[in-house]
Design a protein around this ligand. Structure first.
Ligand SMILES: C[S@@+](CC[C@H](N)C(=O)[O-])C[C@H]1O[C@@H](n2cnc3c(N)ncnc32)[C@H](O)[C@@H]1O
Length: 343
């Protein structure tokens, strides 16, 4: 068996184990919440049985693409090193506890974190995903990635990594040191992957949430990466100062006028010839088999701008903002869209 096959088989085994683990944790979380809050409706992520073969094949397709990134050497294998089971277990315990607290918010439907944050935009100060403090506390940041993997049964990291196909195509022809800017990094899972894959380029990581950015900074401690708290719609960077700008799972959390501003800002800050990449949810009518999920997601997970996001075709939006060579690739529940600022 050649190296390529060994990597692909190991990737498959690793992700199968990961998916089963997170699926088990999702069931545990739902049962635990029901035990303490029997009256609360917990989100059931399972489609009807007839859809399962499609779902599994689609997930497999995402993992096959992801395995290709590793077997072709675009991504380094240490990125797949599993974390300590003790750390994982401790965090799961926190998630179970938080899950019960969050279920109280499910009952009231709309709520806002009880914090005074006059410097933050009003649309941002919310309990996205029913997180107790929204994006505004260390506790929320500490459990965020794990919660997202539970929600997507272990596929979130591979969906984020969809950015690497267009990114690697761009960088392999790039002369010199590229300036790469990440918008809305969250707690830096993808930032760490980008920096591990491209240590010779320069990465700047941004997010509007101070606690999330602080965790990203801690994760990348000692690496030559810059961290700047910034709103995607008002970037504190000069015109034409970056070669690549990317963001993952940001745009569905923005009101429509802010989405437009964020695209305009990305265009302004990119150098001519620069690349913009984003990954976010699939959109309305793209995958009829997932219509149920697109309907349920904003209600189950408190996503006030999601419904309008899925009706905003991203490819057309990029073209409207003067990006050219706009392309997209779907991976499970997400879609990667990219375009170039004309030279
Ligand atoms: C769903 S999370 C995605 C985080 C991360 N990119 C990931 O892949 O998990 C959305 C992130 O967007 C950030 N965010 C929301 N509105 C923002 C804005 N206007 N500008 C910058 N970041 C924002 C939040 O703080 C949060 O970290």
């Amino acid at each position: 068996m050649g190296r390529k096959q060994v990597v692909e088989r190991s990737h498959q085994a690793f992700h199968m184990a990961r998916t089963l683990t997170y699926l088990g944790e999702l069931k545990l979380l739902n049962s635990f919440t029901k035990l303490f809050r029997p009256w609360v409706e917990v989100p059931e992520n399972h489609p009807d049985k007839a859809l399962r073969p499609f779902l599994l094949k689609d997930m497999e397709e995402l993992f096959r693409h992801d395995a290709g990134l590793f077997s072709s050497g675009i991504l380094p294998l240490p990125l797949l090193a599993p974390e300590s089971p003790i750390e994982h277990g401790k965090r799961l315990a926190r998630i179970l506890y938080t899950g019960v607290k969050m279920s109280r918010l499910r009952k009231v439907r709309e709520s806002k974190p009880k914090v005074e944050k006059p410097d933050l935009p009003e649309y941002f100060v919310r309990n996205f995903h029913w997180q107790i403090d929204g994006y505004l506390s260390d506790e929320s940041a500490a459990v965020y990635d794990h919660q997202v993997e539970i929600l997507f049964t272990g596929t979130a990291a591979a969906m984020r990594r969809l950015i690497f196909s267009p990114l690697s195509d761009f960088l392999k022809n790039f002369d010199g040191k590229a300036d790469i800017l990440e918008l809305a990094s969250g707690t830096g899972e993808l930032s760490a992957a980008v920096n591990m894959a491209y240590p010779k380029h320069h990465l700047t990581v941004t997010d509007l949430s101070a606690p999330y950015l602080a965790l990203a900074q801690k994760r990348l401690r000692g690496q030559e990466v810059d961290f700047v708290r910034a709103a995607a719609e008002e970037l504190p960077f000069k015109d034409a100062s970056q070669d690549v700008i990317y963001s993952v799972f940001l745009f569905h959390e923005l009101p429509s006028e802010i989405r437009e501003k964020a695209l305009a800002e990305a265009f302004r800050v990119l150098r001519p010839g620069g690349l913009f990449i984003m990954v976010d949810s699939i959109q309305k009518d793209e995958v009829p088999e997932y219509a149920w999920a697109l309907e349920k997601f904003p209600v189950d997970f408190h996503e006030p701008f999601y419904k309008s996001y899925i009706q905003w075709p991203v490819e057309a939006a990029l073209t409207k903002h003067n990006f050219t060579h706009v392309e997209s690739r779907r991976g499970f529940f997400s879609k990667c869209v990219w375009g170039t600022k004309p030279s």
